[in-house]
Design a protein around this ligand. Structure first.
Ligand code: 3HC
Ligand code: NAI
Length: 699
C-alpha cells in the first residue's frame, strides 16, 4: 500500500480510494498502490465486492502527463495492463465517480464491472488535446458500453459529458442522489443481494445495427476542417473502427499500437507543452499566488464599439452585471443592438435559447453618466486608441470610481504606465488586452504596469478564469507580446512581395505550415487602414527602412482597405478572393523605385523569413522580461493569432527543430539580403546564448 491510494473495508465491501492530490493523476506510485489494494481485496475472503473511488474534489485526472517521455509511463503496472487486470475481477468491482473522471481515470472506471457517479460528475477522454488517443482501453470499452457515435464524439473532441448523458447512454449504471459513498455502498449491497454477475467488455460487441455504410468516412469529413494538421484525431477514429471490427483483446492491441504512434511525436510534445504552459501562466514571478483577490461583482465598460461590446458579452455570459458607458445615445444604442444581434445569431444557430438571450441582455445596462460607474469593481476602458482620449476617460474614472475599483485599459499599443499616471491610483491600473472578436478569442494579455498592485494581477487572473479566457501576464512595451511578435512576421510578408513573391504564395506557405490564415489575408480582414494608423504612430521606429510595409501604405492611399472595400492584397467577391494583377504590378513598381532586385522566391525562404523572425522577436521579448516564459509567447500566438496548437507555438516549434538552424538561417539572411538584412536580421542575444550553451527556450 502507498500513501496515494487508501484501503478500508465496510462490512464485506472493500473501498479503494485514490488519494493523490491535486487531481489523483495515475503516476507509477499510484498505479502500483492501486494494484496492491485491488489484489488485497481479491485475496481477502471477507470481501465480496470492491468500490473504486477517490478522496478530494475529483475522481481522477488521468495518466500522469509529466511521466510521458520518461520510462515511468510503462513501468509495471502500466495503465493499460492495470485496466486489463481490473476487467478480470472475480468480485463485483464498482467505480464510484465523484466530480471529474478524465482520460486514464475514466478508463479505470470503464474497466470496472459497474459505474455509479454523482450528479455533478463530468466524464471525458481528453487525450486528443494532448496529441494522443485514450491508450488504456477507452477507445475499445466506451463504444461497447455506450455507442459508437458517443465514442467518436467524446474521443475526437475531447469534450466531457455530464451524468445524465452518461446514464442515458449506458456509460454509467446509476447516478447517485445525495452522498456518493453512501449511494455506492448501497448499490454494491444491492448487486450482492441480487447475485449480480461480474461483467467484462470482452463479452460485448459494438452495436453497428443502424450505422450507414459510409459512417466513419462521413464522420471524418465532418471534423476535417477542425482537425486540419492534427495527427491524433485520425488515430482516434481508426482505434474506434477497430473496436467495431475486432474482439476486445485485438482491439486493445490496435489501440496500443496507435497510442505509441502518437506518444513520441512533435505534436504530442507540442500539445502537452501547451497544457503545462497554460497552467504555468497563472504563476507570476514575484506575485504570491495566495494574495487575496478583490471581489468582482459589478463590471463597467467604457466604449461600446467593436471591442467594448464583445468584452461586455464575456461578463454577461458569466452572469456578471455590466454597465456600458458611451458618450452619445446613438453610439450606445448601436453598441447594445450589436450585442443583441450577436446573441440572436447564437440563438438562431441553436447555441442559446431565447430565454438565455434575454437573461444576458438584462445583465447589460447602458449609461451616458459616469456617476453610474461608482459601484463598479472593475472598469475596462475600450475607447479610441488615442492617449488624449484615454487621459480624459481615466481622469474621470479616478474621480467617480470607488476606492479599490480596478481600472483597466484595453489599449493595444499605448503605454500603460502613462495611462496609469492619469490617475492618483496607478496601483489599481492594469491592461486587459482582449483580442477581436472579444467574445470569441480565448487570449487575454494581462498587462502589468510598473506600479500595478499584486492583488490586482491576481484578481485579473481570476477574472480571466471566470470568463474562460487564457490569460498571459506581459510587461509594458509597444505591442506587448502578441503584436510585437506580429510585427517582424508581417514585415517580412510585405517585403517578400517586393522581392518577387505573390500574396497567394506567401499565404499558402503559412497556411500549409498550419496557421489559420496567411498574413496578407489577415491584414485584408483586419483592415489595411488599421495597420496604416498603427504605422503612422511609430514612423520614428520604422522610418529608417523606406521599404517598410510600403506596399500596404500605397494600398491605403488607393483606398484599398481590404475586405471591407472589396480590395486589398486581393480582390474580394462575396467571400471569395482572387489574386489581383494590379497588386502584382504595384509590387513591381515599388521594387523598381527602391532598387529592389526581383527574383523567384522559394517557399522555404518565405517560411524561414516569416517564422524565424517571429521566433527571434519572441526570444528578444523573453530576454527583456516582457514575457516570463517561452510558453507564454506560445500561448499568445496559439490563442490569439491562429498559430497551430499542434506545433505548440513559435518557440516550442523552434525547440523542436533545434535553435541552431534557426540562428544559422537568420545569419544567412543577414548576409544575403544586403542592407535590408543588416537592418532587420539581428539575432536575439538570447538565441545566440542558448545556441552557444546547447539549450532550448523551454526549460
Ligand atoms: N497529469 C499530471 N499533472 C496533472 C494532470 C495530469 N493528468 N492533470 C492536472 N495536472 C496538474 C496540473 O499541471 C496542475 O499542476 P500545477 O498546480 O503544478 O500547475 C495541477 O495538476 C492542477 O491542475 P489544474 O490547474 O488544471 O486544475 P483544475 O482543477 O483547473 O482542473 C482537471 C483539473 C480538469 C483535471 C485538469 O487539470 C485537466 O484537464 N487535466 C488533464 C486531464 C487529461 O488530459 N487527462 C488525460 C491524461 S492522458 C491519459 O490519461 C492517457 C491514458 O489514456 C493512457
Ligand atoms: P471602436 O471605434 O469600435 O469603438 C470605440 C468606442 O468608444 C466608440 O463606440 C466610441 O463612441 C467610444 N468612445 C470614444 N470616446 C469615448 C469616451 N470618451 N467615452 C466613452 N466612449 C467613448 O474601437 P475598438 O476597435 O473597439 O477599439 C477600442 C480599443 O480597443 C482601442 O484602444 C483599440 O486599440 C483596442 N483594441 C482594438 C482591437 C480591434 O481589433 N479592434 C483589438 C484589441 C484592442
Amino acid at each position: 500500500m502507498t500513501n496515494t491510494v487508501r484501503y478500508r473495508t465496510r462490512g464485506r465491501i472493500a473501498i479503494i480510494s485514490l488519494d493523490n492530490p491535486p487531481v489523483n493523476a495515475l503516476g507509477f506510485q499510484t498505479r502500483a498502490g492501486l494494484r496492491n489494494c485491488y489484489r488485497q481485496a481479491l485475496a481477502d475472503e471477507t470481501v465480496d465486492a470492491i468500490l473504486l473511488t477517490s478522496e478530494g474534489r475529483l475522481f481522477c485526472g488521468g495518466a500522469d502527463i509529466a511521466e510521458f517521455g520518461t520510462d515511468l509511463t510503462w513501468r509495471d503496472p502500466a495503465l493499460p495492463q492495470l485496466c486489463d487486470e481490473l476487467e478480470d475481477s472475480g468480485k463485483p468491482l464498482i467505480a464510484a465517480i465523484g466530480g471529474m473522471a478524465l482520460g486514464g481515470g475514466l478508463e479505470l472506471a470503464l474497466a470496472c464491472d459497474y459505474r455509479i457517479c454523482d450528479a455533478s460528475a463530468r466524464l471525458g477522454l481528453p487525450e486528443v488535446h494532448l496529441g494522443l488517443l485514450p491508450g488504456a482501453g477507452g477507445t475499445q470499452r466506451l463504444p461497447r458500453l455506450a455507442n459508437v457515435g458517443l465514442a467518436l464524439d467524446m474521443i475526437t473532441s475531447g469534450q466531457p459529458i455530464g451524468a445524465t448523458e452518461a446514464a442515458s447512454s449506458g456509460l454509467v449504471d446509476r447516478v447517485a442522489e445525495g452522498d456518493l459513498l453512501a449511494a455506492a455502498l448501497a448499490f454494491a449491497q444491492e448487486l450482492l443481494d441480487s447475485d449480480a454477475p461480474v461483467r467484462s467488455c470482452a463479452d460485448l460487441t459494438v452495436d453497428m445495427g443502424q450505422l450507414p455504410e459510409r459512417y466513419f468516412n462521413d464522420f471524418r469529413a465532418g471534423i476535417a476542417r477542425k482537425t486540419r494538421g492534427y495527427f491524433a484525431p485520425e488515430c482516434c477514429i481508426q482505434a474506434i473502427e477497430a473496436a467495431c471490427e475486432l474482439p476486445l483483446a485485438q482491439g486493445l492491441e490496435k489501440e496500443r499500437e496507435l497510442f505509441n504512434a502518437c506518444l513520441d511525436t512533435p505534436q504530442a510534445r507540442a500539445q502537452q507543452h501547451l497544457f503545462f504552459a497554460e497552467r504555468a501562466a497563472n504563476r507570476v514571478p514575484g506575485v504570491d499566488p495566495k494574495t487575496p483577490a478583490r471581489s468582482i461583482r459589478q463590471v463597467a465598460i467604457v466604449g461600446a464599439g467593436t471591442m467594448g461590446g464583445g468584452i461586455a458579452m464575456n461578463f454577461a455570459n458569466a452572469g456578471i452585471p455590466v454597465k456600458l458607458l458611451e458618450l452619445k445615445e446613438d453610439a450606445l444604442a448601436r453598441g447594445l443592438a450589436q450585442i443583441r444581434g450577436n446573441y440572436e445569431i447564437s440563438a438562431a444557430r441553436g447555441r442559446l435559447t431565447e430565454r438565455q438571450v434575454q437573461e444576458r441582455m438584462t445583465l447589460l445596462q447602458g449609461t451616458l453618466d459616469y456617476d453610474d460607474l461608482a459601484d463598479a469593481d472593475l472598469v475596462i476602458e475600450a475607447v479610441f486608441e488615442s492617449l488624449e482620449v484615454k487621459r480624459a476617460v481615466f481622469e474621470k474614472l479616478d474621480q467617480v470610481c470607488k476606492p479599490g475599483a480596478i481600472l483597466a485599459s484595453n489599449t493595444s499599443t499605448l503605454d500603460l504606465d502613462r495611462i496609469a499616471s492619469f490617475t492618483r491610483r496607478p496601483g489599481d491600473v492594469i491592461g486587459l488586452h482582449f483580442f477581436s472578436p472579444a467574445n470569441v478569442m480565448r487570449l487575454l494579455e494581462i498587462v502589468r504596469g510598473r506600479q500595478t498592485a499584486d492583488d490586482v494581477i491576481v484578481t485579473a487572473l481570476n477574472v480571466a478564469r471566470t470568463i474562460r479566457k487564457v490569460p498571459v501576464v506581459v510587461g509594458v512595451c509597444f505591442g506587448f507580446v502578441g503584436n510585437r511578435m506580429l510585427e517582424p512576421y508581417a514585415r517580412e510578408a510585405h517585403r517578400l512581395l517586393l522581392e518577387g513573391a505573390t500574396p497567394a504564395q506567401i499565404d499558402r506557405v503559412l497556411t500549409d505550415f498550419g496557421l489559420a490564415m496567411g498574413p496578407l489575408s489577415m491584414y485584408d480582414l483586419a483592415g489595411i487602414d488599421v495597420g496604416f494608423m498603427v504605422r503612422e504612430s511609430r514612423r520614428d521606429a520604422i522610418g529608417h527602412d523606406p521599404s517598410y510595409n510600403l506596399i500596404a501604405d500605397r494600398l491605403y492611399a488607393l483606398g484599398r482597405y481590404g475586405q471591407k472595400t472589396g480590395r486589398g492584397f486581393y480582390i474580394y467577391e462575396g467571400r471569395d478572393k482572387r489574386e489581383d494583377p494590379e497588386l502584382l504590378a504595384l509590387a513591381q513598381t515599388i521594387a523598381g523605385e527602391l532598387g529592389i532586385e526581383r527574383r523567384e522566391i522559394s517557399d522555404r525562404e518565405v517560411l524561414e523569413r516569416c517564422i524565424y523572425m517571429l521566433i527571434n522577436e519572441g526570444a528578444q521579448i523573453l530576454d527583456e522580461g516582457i514575457a516570463c516564459r517561452s510558453g507564454d509567447c506560445d500561448l499568445v500566438w496559439v490563442n490569439g493569432y491562429g498559430f497551430p496548437a499542434w506545433r505548440g507555438g513559435p518557440l516550442q516549434y523552434a525547440d523542436e527543430i533545434g535553435l541552431e538552424p534557426v540562428l544559422e538561417a537568420i545569419r544567412h539572411y543577414r548576409e544575403s539580403l544586403g542592407s535590408y538584412g543588416e537592418m532587420w536580421f539581428r539575432p536575439s542575444p538570447l538565441l545566440e546564448r542558448l545556441v552557444a550553451e546547447g539549450k532550448r527556450f523551454s526549460c
